[in-house]
Ligand binder design. Structure first.
Ligand SMILES: *Cc1c(COP(=O)(O)O)cnc(C)c1O
Length: 395
């Protein structure tokens, strides 16, 4: 008997896993089941709500302990973290920075904020993130490596850095990418906004970049309402990150002395309080997402034409957002599937529009993006919250 693809069958499989609720099952919602109320209340009771306070220090310490990165600086959001990361590796106006075409717009925007030009690179089917092998082959064609850096022969601009993004929590092949960076004199900045709780070869993501960025936006695995962090194993960069994000004010009991143009990017204490409580539960969130993965896998085992995306073999992913991958031959059904799922009360969403299709980035340099374009047609994200009581696939 040949099985055939049907949108209805896909929606039915989602229904097997997800609770039957009156309201829509959201794609991702935060879970406040620990000390959130207590810690935030303490901020209000003591008056320490703003940019100084013990929760900021504690939050940064918890991030260091959890990720194993030596220095962590909490900031207002992930985009601000990326902006400062690029400044820290000395991205200058007129430089190019390699970023995946398949990413959230913040990755490219941060490059633009530095007066630099995003240069779009293709993705890998194995990780959904930047493909180091394909990047290497491309650089071999288009750049000159000189003592003063990596120069794009086609545009005449210096390529300063590369910003891989760990898509939906799945780490890119970092060892291969570090190797490319060394050979081509590129700075490595990890956009780890989606990968808190994800490991590459046993070590937490964010440890490979000279600097890395995290996000604690409301839809991320851990939230502070809005927030982000800069991670680095380089002590002087860690100090500079703190300095740049606190208006470059030289500490003094009363004098206002700022030694360069800085940014007011500090995370308020009240947000950090929320973050401390959330981080206490991060291991539980990761476990629950993994058990949701197993439920989805069981429910989709016999469904024709779609796969539940699995982490690459070298990684242990946080499975921040679960992903249905339509087989290529059924990619034309994506919008019909999105319609059917959303009207059945199951929030589902396509991948981001690729960066080179957005009006402000349409003229930017780019390599062949055929894999990213294929993934854009095939990806559908499905409900992934850590509070979903998965029905374990008795279908
Ligand atoms: C969420 C996210 C960001 C930005 O984080 P904000 O805190 O929303 O500014 C950056 N990059 C990626 C890939 C993200 O998913």
């Amino acid at each position: 008997m040949t099985k055939r693809f049907s949108v209805q069958q896909v929606v039915d499989a989602l229904r097997v896993v997800l609770p039957a609720k009156a309201e829509q099952v959201p794609l991702h919602e935060p879970v406040f089941a620990g000390n959130e109320w207590l810690y935030v209340k303490e901020c209000l009771d003591t008056g320490w709500v703003s940019s100084v306070g013990r929760y900021v220090d504690r939050f940064e310490q918890m991030l260091r302990e959890y990720t194993g990165v030596k220095h962590a600086v909490a900031v207002v959001n992930g985009t601000a973290a990326l902006h400062i990361c690029l400044k820290l590796v000395d991205v200058q106006p007129g430089d190019e920075v390699l970023v995946p075409a398949l990413t959230f717009v913040a990755t490219a925007n941060a490059v633009h904020y530095c007066g630099a030009v995003p240069h779009f690179v293709d993705s890998s089917l194995e990780t959904l993130g930047l493909d180091p092998g394909k990047l290497e082959a491309y650089l071999r064609e288009i750049v000159d490596v000189r003592p003063d850096g990596c120069w794009n022969k086609e545009t005449g601009r210096r390529i300063k850095a590369v910003v891989p993004m760990h898509t939906f929590g799945h780490p890119v092949d970092l060892d291969a990418l570090v190797d490319v960076c060394q050979r081509y004199r590129l700075e490595l900045v990890e956009d780890a906004a989606e990968s808190l709780g994800s490991y590459y070869k046993g070590r937490h993501t964010g440890n490979w970049g000279r600097v890395s960025a995290l996000s604690f936006n409301g839809n991320k695995i851990v939230t502070t309402g809005g927030g982000g962090a800069i991670l680095t194993n380089d002590e002087s960069l860690g100090k500079l990150a703190k300095h740049l994000t606190t208006t470059a004010k030289v500490p003094h009991a009363w004098a206002f002395w700022h030694d360069q143009v800085g940014y007011n990017y500090r995370l308020p204490n009240i947000n950090a309080a929320l973050g401390c409580a959330q981080l206490e539960n991060l291991p539980t969130f990761v476990e629950r997402k993994r058990s949701l993965l197993h439920a989805y896998q069981a429910a989709f085992a016999g469904v024709e034409g779609v796969q539940i995306f699995r982490e690459p073999s070298f990684a242990k992913s946080n499975y921040w957002l679960h992903t249905l991958l339509l087989d290529e031959e059924y990619a034309d059904f994506r919008d019909e599937l999105l319609e059917a799922a959303n009207s059945a009360g199951i929030q589902a969403r396509p991948a981001w529009t690729l960066m080179h299709r957005l009006p402000m980035y349409a003229q930017c340099p780019r390599m062949d993006l055929s894999v990213a374009e294929q993934l854009e047609r095939r990806i559908v994200n499905i409900p992934s919250s850590a509070n979903l009581e998965a029905n374990h696939g008795e279908a």
